[in-house]
Write a protein that binds this ligand. Structure first.
Ligand code: BDR
Ligand code: CA
Length: 324
């Protein structure tokens, strides 16, 4: 199995991502690190432990990380994810406890242990990249234990937090810029699973009801109730699996249509701060006259997804593996 670590701000759809990462047999979930984003970090830690508890993964260490962006004021997304950050489901409190290490220290330990064993971890940030920026700048030697970073964030076309910017990048634009820059410095391949694909893999209200019917406080019931919460909140018949798509991208990367493109994170613009500016000009021509060319980093950008494959991957995994 592929060794992975998730960095999350759980989060209704981070919970969907965790359920997949914790149960799919092709993945070896080594740790989960938490960051403030959708909710304050203590809520994120509790929600994350709740999810792992539901699928019996007490073996996975969970660590608390940054509670605020590097420079920005924290702005949560409880209007989307509920007051507790995970759908206000009234689910029982977790019995699991967090690891004592800071998220950055846990990430470092996991990456260095992998490097020592001749392995490389895939890191999947589905949250503001504060922990990841701190990790890569503080401990660049972790690169020896990192295979790739597949992050949910950004977009080539459209925003959600603002007209320009996607929430995770908007929440901590400096961290996103630093993480992408550091990854390029350290030759870590990066894939951006952004809003161009994020909303496409969906699960219907009926499919959610089937999962809820499994009952017994299982991962399947939790998964169904998370999808159902989103359907109600947005008045739709189906809801995105959201961040879980970035985990699907580890398992079935060939379902994505991607292009390697130069990217910059807008840090200065008043209306465009936090936008990922994806340069889609024809790079086969001579663009050496571009005055900004030097400062961009190249990222594999997901521009399309076989969304039915990702919906099925998520749903079938939860049905088969999270119902006990
Ligand atoms: C991202 O923002 C958060 O609200 C979601 O969990 C997801 O990671 C989407 O823009
Ligand atoms: Ca998230």
């Amino acid at each position: 199995p592929t060794p992975i670590v998730l960095d999350v701000d759980t989060g209704v759809d981070d919970a969907c991502a965790l359920l997949l990462a914790a149960t799919h047999p092709a993945l070896d979930l080594r740790a989960v690190t938490c960051v403030g984003g959708n909710a304050p970090v203590d809520d994120v830690v509790r929600n994350t432990l709740t999810v792992l508890d539901a699928v019996g993964r007490s073996d996975v260490p969970v660590a608390r990380g940054a509670n605020r962006p590097l420079l920005e004021h924290p702005r949560d997304a409880r209007h989307v994810h509920g007051n507790d950050g995970m759908g206000d489901l009234g689910w029982p409190a977790p019995t699991l406890r967090p690891d004592e290490r800071h998220a950055v220290e846990l990430l470092r330990d996991v990456c260095l242990a992998a490097a020592a064993a001749g392995e490389r971890i895939t890191i999947v940030p589905t949250a503001p990249m504060t922990n990841i920026a701190l990790l890569l700048r503080t401990y660049p030697d972790v690169a020896a234990g990192i295979a790739q970073i597949i992050f949910m964030g950004g977009a080539a076309h459209v925003g959600n937090a603002t007209a320009s910017a996607e929430f995770n990048v908007f929440h901590d634009p400096e961290a996103a810029a630093i993480a992408l820059d550091a990854a390029a410095d350290l030759s870590i391949p990066v894939t951006m699973y952004g809003l161009d694909v994020f909303y496409d893999p969906v699960v219907s209200r009926e499919q959610a009801a089937e999962l809820v019917a499994v009952g017994g406080r299982t991962g399947a019931e939790l998964a169904g109730r998370l999808i159902d919460f989103q359907c109600h909140r947005f008045g739709r018949d189906a809801a995105t699996i959201g961040d879980a798509g970035a985990v699907c991208a580890v398992i079935e990367p060939e379902a994505l249509t991607t292009q390697v493109l130069p990217i910059r994170v807008e840090l200065a613009g008043h209306w465009s701060r936090g936008r990922t500016i994806v340069d889609r000009r024809d790079w086969s021509g001579d663009l050496s006259h571009d005055p900004h060319g030097e400062s961009s980093v190249r990222v594999r950008v997901a521009l399309g997804v076989d969304h039915e494959r990702y919906s099925a991957l998520w749903l079938e995994t939860i049905r088969a593996r999270a119902g006990a």
